[in-house]
Design a protein around this ligand. Structure first.
Ligand code: SAM
Length: 363
C-alpha cells in the first residue's frame, strides 16, 4: 500500500492504459470524500432557501430564484450550478429545473427536516479530533434529552420537538419494516417506544384484523392519541404511557416491535429492555427490532460512517451491527433469531426473534 501512496506510482498508474480508468475513478472518489462537507452544505442551502421546493412546482429563471431566495444573482448562480453538478437541478437554456434525483429527494418524507437538523450534527463534528477523543460537549446529547431520564421526558415541548423529527421519517422506516416482515398470524402488536404511532398506524392499515398497544413516555403519547383519532383507529389501539426503565411492559401482545429504540441506549439498558420484552410476550411470541445498523465485519457508509457518528454524538447509545443485536437478543433468551434483509439498509435493518415455547427459562 505504501507503493500505491507514492507519487511516482500514481503518476505511472494515471498514464498506464490498464490502470488509467481505475486511477481516475479512485481520484474522483477521493475528491468526493474531501469535498463531502461542501456538497452537504450546498444541499442544505438549496433546502433551507426553498429552492428545491420552488423548482418542484416549475422551472424558474436565475433572477426569479435569486429574488425568491434573497440572494444576489451572481451568488445564486454559484449555488444553482453547484446543485446542477450534484445532480439535484438541471440547467435549461434560460432557466433551472428540478432533476429526477432532486424531485426524489424532495419527495422523501422527513428528509428535508433531517437535512435542516444536520446543522446540529455538523456543529458537533466541527472539530473531528476532539469529537473522536470524546472531548467535545455535543449539542446532540442535549437535543435528545429524553433518553437520559424521566425529568427531561416530562417536558412536552422537548418531546414534541424530537417527536416531529422522528414522525416525519417514521413512515419510511415503517414501510421498509412492513415490507421485510409479515405480520400475518399476529393478532396484537405492541410497539414499545412507538413515538407518535406512525409505525402502528401503518401496520393497522395493512392488517385490518390487527389490534395494537403503543407504549411510550407520558410526554410523547398525546400526539399518538391524536394520530389514531384522525386515522379512525382509536378503537383498535391501547395507549399505555410509561417508562420501560422502571415498570414492566404490559402483557397481551403476541408480537412486540422496537423501532429505532435500541440504538438510543447503552447495552445495559438494552439487556434490561429485551428481558422485559421477553417477559411480556407469550411463548412463541415474536420480537421485531428495526433500526439502522452498522455493517459489523463489513462496515457500511450509512451504518458506520453516519449513524455510528450520530449515536456517538448523542452519547447514550450506539449503532450496533445486526450480529450484535442478534447476540443481545439470543442472550435475552430469544430463539430463531434472524437478520431479515431490507431493500434500503440506510433507512433501516431488521432482526427478529421468538420467545421459546415449551419449557423455557424463567420469566
Ligand atoms: C428514536 S425514537 C423512535 C420513535 C419511533 N419508534 C420511530 O421509529 O419513529 C425513540 C422512542 O423511544 C421512546 N423512549 C425512550 N426512552 C423510553 C423509555 N424509558 N420508556 C419508553 N419509551 C422510551 C422515546 O420517547 C421515543 O419515542
Amino acid at each position: 500500500m505504501r507503493l500505491v501512496a507514492s507519487p511516482g506510482f500514481q503518476k505511472w498508474a494515471a498514464r498506464f492504459p490498464l490502470t488509467r480508468r481505475v486511477t481516475r475513478r479512485e481520484g474522483e472518489e477521493i475528491f468526493d470524500l474531501v469535498a463531502g462537507f461542501a456538497h452537504s452544505q450546498c444541499l442544505a442551502a438549496l433546502v433551507e432557501l426553498g429552492i428545491l421546493r420552488r423548482l418542484l412546482d416549475s422551472p424558474a429563471s436565475l433572477d426569479r430564484l435569486a429574488r425568491a431566495a434573497d440572494l444576489r444573482p451572481d451568488r445564486a448562480r454559484i449555488l444553482l450550478d453547484a446543485g446542477v453538478a450534484l445532480g439535484l437541478i438541471r440547467k435549461l437554456p434560460d432557466a433551472y429545473a428540478i432533476s429526477r434525483k432532486g424531485a426524489a429527494l424532495a419527495g422523501v418524507p422527513g428528509l428535508e427536516g433531517m437535512i435542516r437538523h444536520h446543522r446540529v450534527l455538523y456543529r458537533d463534528l466541527a472539530d473531528p479530533v476532539a469529537f473522536f477523543r470524546g472531548e467535545s460537549d455535543t449539542e446532540l446529547k442535549h437535543f435528545w434529552p429524553y433518553v437520559f431520564g424521566a425529568g427531561a421526558a416530562q417536558d412536552p415541548g422537548t418531546a414534541r420537538r424530537y417527536s416531529e423529527l422522528m414522525a416525519d421519517s417514521q413512515k419510511l422506516v415503517a414501510d421498509e419494516t412492513l415490507a421485510a416482515v409479515s405480520l400475518s398470524g399476529v393478532s396484537h402488536l405492541m410497539d414499545v417506544g412507538g413515538g407518535t404511532g406512525a409505525f402502528l398506524a401503518e401496520a393497522l392499515t395493512a392488517y385490518p384484523d390487527l389490534s395494537a398497544t403503543l407504549f411510550d413516555l407520558p410526554a410523547v403519547v398525546p400526539d399518538a392519541r391524536a394520530r389514531f383519532e384522525t386515522a379512525g383507529q382509536s378503537a383498535r389501539v391501547r395507549i399505555v404511557p410509561g417508562s420501560f426503565r422502571d415498570q414492566p411492559l404490559p402483557e397481551g401482545a403476541d408480537a412486540i416491535s422496537l423501532v429505532r429504540v435500541l440504538y438510543d441506549h447503552a447495552d445495559e439498558t438494552v439487556r434490561g429492555l429485551l428481558a422485559e420484552v421477553r417477559s411480556a410476550l407469550p411463548p412463541g411470541g415474536r420480537l421485531i427490532v428495526s433500526e439502522p445498523m452498522a455493517g459489523g465485519a463489513r462496515p457500511t457508509r450509512a451504518g458506520d460512517a453516519y449513524f455510528a457518528l450520530y449515536t456517538l454524538a448523542m452519547e447514550t447509545g450506539r449503532t450496533r451491527s445486526a450480529e450484535e443485536v442478534s447476540a443481545l437478543m439470543s442472550a435475552a433468551g430469544f430463539e430463531d433469531v434472524r437478520q431479515v434483509r431490507t431493500s434500503r439498509p440506510f433507512v433501516t435493518s431488521v432482526v427478529t426473534g421468538v420467545r421459546p415455547s415449551g419449557i423455557s427459562m424463567s420469566k
